[in-house]
Write a protein of this length. Structure first.
Length: 166
């Protein structure tokens, strides 16, 4: 479809920063467009960041739309940052045997001059970022009608080409 331009899913840089109030996650892409006027200033990108903090009790499963993936058992995640336009960004925190979801204060916006999506998370929801943390960063295509907002694979005009588990 013509709204898909080259570079929309080419992640050039991922960076984590912080100030006194927020932790910021910046995702710089080769291209960033907003053909359907999402309030955040971007439309196509659907992102997940699974954060491994060294806690051996982390979760090892990742659910991406209809696909279930596994991490290395020694490198499970403790925090999951789910990023999508139209107010659908969330932070999930592993708390013992359950996972808590937070949306208040978790948001994203386009920094269009640098083709960057910036996600901010309130400091009270995340510990101080540590250089030893590991990150699983997944980039896909947003679909407001699909399961967990992940556009599925296929050859249709509104699908992302390819086949099999991403």
């Amino acid at each position: 479809h013509p709204v898909y331009v080259a570079g929309l899913f080419d992640l050039l840089q991922f960076r984590v920063a912080q100030d006194d109030m927020h932790v910021y996650f910046d995702f710089q892409f080769a291209a960033l467009t907003n053909p359907f006027q999402a309030p955040e200033g971007y439309f196509h990108q659907r992102l997940e960041v699974y954060i491994e903090t060294g806690n051996k009790m982390g979760c090892t499963e990742m659910q991406i739309g209809p696909h279930r993936l596994q991490t290395n058992p020694d490198w499970g995640w403790s925090y999951r940052l789910s990023v999508a336009p139209f107010g659908e960004s969330r932070l999930y925190v592993v708390d013992g045997q359950s996972v808590q979801a937070f949306s208040e204060g978790v948001g994203s916006q386009s920094l269009s001059a640098s083709q960057t999506i910036r996600v901010q998370v309130p400091r009270e929801l995340l510990p101080h970022p540590d250089p030893a943390w590991g990150y699983y960063v997944l980039v896909g295509s947003f679909d407001g009608l699909a399961r967990d907002f992940w556009r599925d694979l296929g050859e249709g005009p509104w699908q992302v080409g390819g086949s099999g588990v991403p």
